[in-house]
Design a binder for this molecule. Structure first.
Ligand SMILES: NC(=O)C1=CN([C@@H]2O[C@H](COP(=O)(O)OP(=O)(O)OC[C@H]3O[C@@H](n4cnc5c(N)ncnc54)[C@H](O)[C@@H]3O)[C@@H](O)[C@H]2O)[C@@H](O)CC1
Length: 502
């Protein structure tokens, strides 16, 4: 899993690399510039375009100068460099790169005041004014300059971070920094790129390797981690020879109601395709025909207002909530499960209406069995734990609650945050907007229950489920504008197969 570092930690990684590897600071900058240019040329192969490179006087500006030099060398002749001259201080590597640029015929224009940057003739802008060195909000000349750059409505590529964008911590609203089309950042994504508010700063981001010491970065202390494909491949256990349905656990899905039976069917279907040995759906009598017709592999446990789960110990995981409905009977059912699962040490997955029930019965939170998994989306999360103004605050609460209650919280979004009892925030990179449709959450719950039934820990079940769910959606979205929940469910076993190779 990739560690995600703060700007201060990244600077330490820079320093460590320079001190311990045979590479000078200016060469590291050159490496960063080369990586940026490679990606930029891939995106913008037309070397005839008018390009404005805006450089501050720190190392971000130094990168900008090195990028300009390399682009000129690659034939991008209609390139002008704007030297933003709002502070007296300049970095050494900036100075070295400026001297190198002096030896070329590149046009350089000094910007001593914001008004100097108006009516410029540029198709593209490269923003290298301020990067990860930002340590206070923009104001004065910087703010004015950034506003006039944004007003030009040009395609902007940001170097490492858009000017004015804090790489971690609460993103101030309204955002007043550079509004980039794409940010090409160095070595690691900025933590804040995974928070929805960052879309105001950059529509896209990608990461370019620059040769920082990976060992140092991986060993840095952080709360934030990013799932990689190999993490999933390593965790997935291949199915064994001589195994049978009993080897892969029994999952119980308590879901569905008269008008929401689809949720129960989708969750159960996902549970099947993710590999549980046995799946039982606890649904109202009215859904039995649908279940038997659509999912003959799934067993039924009819549910009425008096239902209590007999012998819950026979299930290795129990998921409750999709399409369940909020009622006093369901509240009692959930309460009894919580009590039973504490006794039996089984994994309980709580989703949708079951989360809404817990929101109204906060006392149940403290009683949740250790390693229970909660899967709220933003609104469900805020109903449970209070309103949050920013995603940074919301994730902080999720992290603290997961630790305090010793549970796993899967806070769903474009990039889902998996918060663990050990205090980690594990970010899932897969998934896309084509998956934004009803039923997707029901599928995720079914996959989590399936992996938990198969004996994976709660943390691993959440990691595997989120990644595979998103990856199935990504693969399906290559040829579709929308991916339905049923389509996704049917894709799950193929994805697992591709990841395990068995
Ligand atoms: N060896 C290194 O340190 C490397 C650094 N790299 C680049 O260096 C950048 C970081 O460089 P720096 O640390 O010099 O910082 P920046 O170039 O981002 O900013 C320059 C200086 O501006 C000042 N500043 C901060 N916030 C401000 C504000 N709101 N208004 C006005 N001034 C403000 C700070 O004193 C800061 O040091 C990265 O984003 C990346 O582009 C890359 O070249 C890779 C190697």
């Amino acid at each position: 899993m990739q560690t995600l570092l703060t700007s201060v930690q990244m600077r330490k990684a820079d320093e460590y690399t320079i001190a311990n590897k045979p590479i000078a600071s200016v060469d590291l900058m050159e490496q960063a510039a080369k990586s940026f240019v490679k990606n930029f040329i891939r995106d913008e192969p037309d070397a005839g375009k008018n390009i404005a490179v805006l450089c501050g006087k720190g190392n971000n500006g130094g990168d900008g100068l090195a990028i300009a030099y390399l682009l000129l060398g690659a034939g991008y002749k209609n390139l002008k460099v704007y030297l933003v001259n709002f502070s007296a201080q300049k970095s050494d590597d900036y100075t070295i790169n400026l001297q190198r640029l002096e030896e070329t015929r590149c046009l350089k224009i000094k910007i001593d005041q914001p008004s100097a940057f108006k009516n410029i003739n540029a198709d593209l802008i490269i923003d290298a004014i301020l990067g990860s060195g930002l340590n206070k909000p923009l104001k004065g000349d910087y703010l004015e300059l950034v506003a006039s750059i944004n007003q030009l409505n040009k395609k902007i590529y940001a170097v490492d971070a858009p000017t004015g964008f804090f790489a971690e911590g609460k993103i101030p609203a309204p955002y007043n920094g550079i509004k980039a089309y794409k940010t090409i950042c160095f070595q690691r994504p900025k933590i804040n790129f995974f928070f929805p508010e960052s879309v105001a700063a950059t529509a896209h981001f990608e990461v370019a390797e620059i040769g920082l010491d990976e060992d140092f970065i991986q060993k840095s202390t952080t709360d934030f981690y990013l799932i990689e494909k190999q993490d999933v491949a390593e965790r997935l256990k291949p199915r064994k020879i001589f195994s049978h349905k009993g080897t892969y656990g029994h999952a119980l899905i308590i879901a569905g109601n008269t008008n929401t039976m689809g949720a129960a069917l989708l969750s159960s279907m996902a549970c099947l395709y993710a590999g549980a040995g046995l799946t039982t759906a606890c649904i109202p009598q009215s859904g039995l025909t649908a279940l038997n017709a659509v999912l003959p592999e799934v067993m039924a446990l009819p549910r009425d207002e008096y239902t209590r789960i007999e012998n819950p110990a026979k299930y290795q995981s129990i998921a409750i909530g999709p399409g369940l409905g909020v009622s006093i009977e369901n509240e009692r059912l959930l309460e009894s499960l919580i009590a039973n699962n504490i006794a039996n040490n089984k994994v309980l997955v709580i989703d949708a209406d079951a989360l809404n029930i817990v929101s109204d019965r906060q006392d149940l939170l403290d009683k949740l069995p250790v390693n229970s998994i909660l899967t709220p989306h933003m609104k469900e999360f805020d109903r449970l734990f209070g309103e949050h103004e920013s995603w940074w605050d919301r994730v902080e609460t999720a992290k603290n609650k997961a630790r305090e209650l010793k549970i796993v919280i899967v806070l769903k979004n474009q990039f889902t945050f998996i918060c663990t009892p050990g205090g980690k925030v594990i970010i899932n990179p897969t998934g896309n907007a084509a998956m934004a449709q009803g039923g997707m959450g029901d599928i995720l719950t079914g996959i989590i229950a399936s992996f938990a039934a198969q004996g994976y820990s709660s943390e691993d079940a959440a990691i595997l489920a989120c990644y595979i769910h998103g990856r199935a959606g990504d693969d399906l979205a290559k040829k579709r504008i929308v991916v339905t929940a049923s389509q996704l469910a049917k894709r799950i076993s193929k994805e697992i197969r591709a990841l395990t190779g068995s």
